[in-house]
Ligand binder design. Sequence first.
Ligand SMILES: Nc1nc2c(c(=O)[nH]1)N[C@H]1C(S)=C(S)[C@@H](COP(=O)(O)OP(=O)(O)OC[C@H]3O[C@@H](n4cnc5c(=O)[nH]c(N)nc54)[C@H](O)[C@@H]3O)O[C@H]1N2
Ligand SMILES: Nc1nc2c(c(=O)[nH]1)N[C@H]1C(S)=C(S)[C@@H](COP(=O)(O)OP(=O)(O)OC[C@H]3O[C@@H](n4cnc5c(=O)[nH]c(N)nc54)[C@H](O)[C@@H]3O)O[C@H]1N2
Ligand SMILES: [Mo]
Length: 690
Amino acid sequence: MAIIKRYHTTAMKTYNTACPRNCYSTCSFKVIVENNKIKKIEPQALNKSTPEGICLKGLSYLERANSNERILYPLQKIKGEFIQISWDKALSIISEKLNYFKSKYGSHSVLFYAASGMSGLLNEVSYNFWRLYGGTTTVYGNLCWPAGLEATRLTLGENKHNVPWDLENAELIVLWGKNPAESNIHEMIPIEKAQRKGAKLVVINPRRTPSSERADMLIQPIPGTDAILALATAKIIIQKNYHDKEFIQNYVFGFDKFVKSLEKINIQGASKECGVPVSFIEKLAEYIGNIKPMTLIAGYGMQRYTNGGQTTRALLALSVITGNIGKKGACWHYANLQSYVFDTVKEPESYYPKKEKDEPFRRAIPTALLGEKMLEIKNPKLKMAWVERGNPITQNPDSKQTLKAFKKLEYIVVVEQFMTDTAMEADIILPAKNMFEQSDIIGSYWNPYVQLKQKVIEPAGEVKPETEIYYLLAKKLGFNEKEIKNNIPEPKDTAIENWLNKYLKKYSNLSLEKLKKQPVLAPGLEEIAFADMKFKTPSGKIELYSEQAVKIWNVNPLPSYEILQEGQKGKQKPFPLSLMSPNTKNRIHSQFGNLKSIKALDPYPVVIISAKDAKLRGIKENDKVRVFNKRGEIFIKAKLDYSIRPGNVVIVNGYWNKEGGSPNLLSKGRETDMGHGTAFHDNMVEIEKI
Ligand SMILES: Nc1nc2c(c(=O)[nH]1)N[C@H]1C(S)=C(S)[C@@H](COP(=O)(O)OP(=O)(O)OC[C@H]3O[C@@H](n4cnc5c(=O)[nH]c(N)nc54)[C@H](O)[C@@H]3O)O[C@H]1N2
Ligand SMILES: Nc1nc2c(c(=O)[nH]1)N[C@H]1C(S)=C(S)[C@@H](COP(=O)(O)OP(=O)(O)OC[C@H]3O[C@@H](n4cnc5c(=O)[nH]c(N)nc54)[C@H](O)[C@@H]3O)O[C@H]1N2
Ligand SMILES: [Mo]
């Protein structure tokens, strides 16, 4: 009753909640609600990682939640147009299709595709439903971060790092392939505090970004060559005797082999390969070798290459040989999975099918090659797809292939909030909930809190959360009642709360009541990760040499520099420019860009090109250009910028086709060397004026 009463009051009420977007920050914030409408969004000071400064995307939830472009009813495509239909009709059609394809071709003729549009524990209900259906085809791997996760797991045994506020204790901070001023704005708070106390900041990124504005040193390597830069730096550190012998003696496995492997590295040659002057490499070695404690923040940018895992291992070696692990102000800062206390997706090993548990449920294809494999797979061929929390036509590589694969299907259901490129391909669209319309528990890969994303309003229009959609569909399909009860919560707020409480009960410091008041530090949190110097690797030590790396991924057992598959050196003809397509400040991938408040700042995609490359092609600022390779083309405006090295260009990802197009029209579906990640940036293009 208490819950129902809330929604009928006209008084303003304040709730604590948290942002469930796939973003490092995962901010806690407060929402003020009146008459079932979100009125205001304010920071939540109780979260030490995100006490202030809600980003523009967070503030734009006001517009997003109340947007009149939101999909509020089930829609059916009839002769190319979407027509509103009743839930009963929509679910009847879908259950008919599901029965038909299963009986005619087997349940694996249906693809269940979900990505990272909304996080939360309740997402597991989707998998439960598809298991009850008899299994489907799904994807393994991930678009995001797994090469780096796996590199870290191979070396340290686990993915965890010091709490964000420990950054203040660092004397040296290296931001390598991460751009927190855009992708993790709250990280800039402790970085600036450390700098005010005298810490040095080094940024390593082929382009200059807002994160490098206050750096003491900016190094701009050729994309995809960071491993050789790191190995050359390691060689100088060891030659100059800066390495931490005691730490290595006690905790490191394979150091001698690592030193031996560096013999073949020639500093001059390395400098040429990565495009960084020797003096800069020497300076970097001076810094990393002498300034302690160091936190090396590795982002997810440079692991989205075909050599991304090995590159990450090479960077991590710098933290290892200088003893910058397990101490105040000293850590390898990649992903802190300590708040993922409930999630099964904890380490990349779980990204590929586990025999006993998953095989009857699913036949899996790599997400990095979604379009290609959807077209290729046989026995049975794919006939139908169900997409939720994802926008694969925009966000997965090689959009043309992905689109072709979707167009070949006989039936598509998309659960969405907005008319995305993927939703446009649907035969039926089911309206998706937003973050304010259902409670759920979320973790974070940076913020060390377990948080409650609270239900604060009743769903708009006829919106139903996925749990309810699956519940109704399970009934329609006549699944066993007991199975339904065990696997899918009833569509009632109390049933959802009971479901979440079932998990929370495992930890004495967690309960819904408590989480409603404030975020709670993850149970068992190590503020300083690895302070006990225990490493869950086969040797029990930090592994520079990894037999697992060879066995699982067939890569060099030591960190090594591998040449990219497509090319990186700006010389490949007929496509001489390497295209990076990183994340951007005012969008989370393909989300938020449709809002007026965001469009005002970021109205259309541009290609960032150096003045030198522009001149060579007769291109001026704001000229419309064609960016192309043999996979596709995109017509956008050019932005001339000194932030970028000649030979490289940038188009940030997330733009929809109707906005001008996604850089994934140009990227190839390719896996990273480990972890089944996606090598988006291993991508060469040419540009011409039109
Ligand atoms: N505002 C905003 N925040 C986000 C997101 C978002 O979309 N928008 N997405 C969230 C998600 S899901 C993720 S995965 C993270 C990702 O956030 P980050 O870890 O910051 O990763 P990216 O933005 O992909 O890339 C970071 C930087 O890597 C650089 N880079 C590319 N290639 C190379 C290379 O070869 N070497 C080096 N040294 N650098 C390179 C790019 O220029 C880019 O500036 O951000 C999260 N936070
Ligand atoms: N070229 C290039 N491509 C990239 C990247 C890159 O660096 N370069 N980065 C990659 C990375 S790091 C990532 S993580 C992926 C992200 O890829 P996706 O996870 O596919 O992308 P999003 O745009 O974040 O979210 C997908 C959709 O989820 C919907 N959604 C939100 N909440 C809900 C909900 O509760 N229910 C349902 N059913 N839908 C909901 C949103 O409206 C949105 O359209 O993109 C990848 N793509
Ligand atoms: Mo991501």
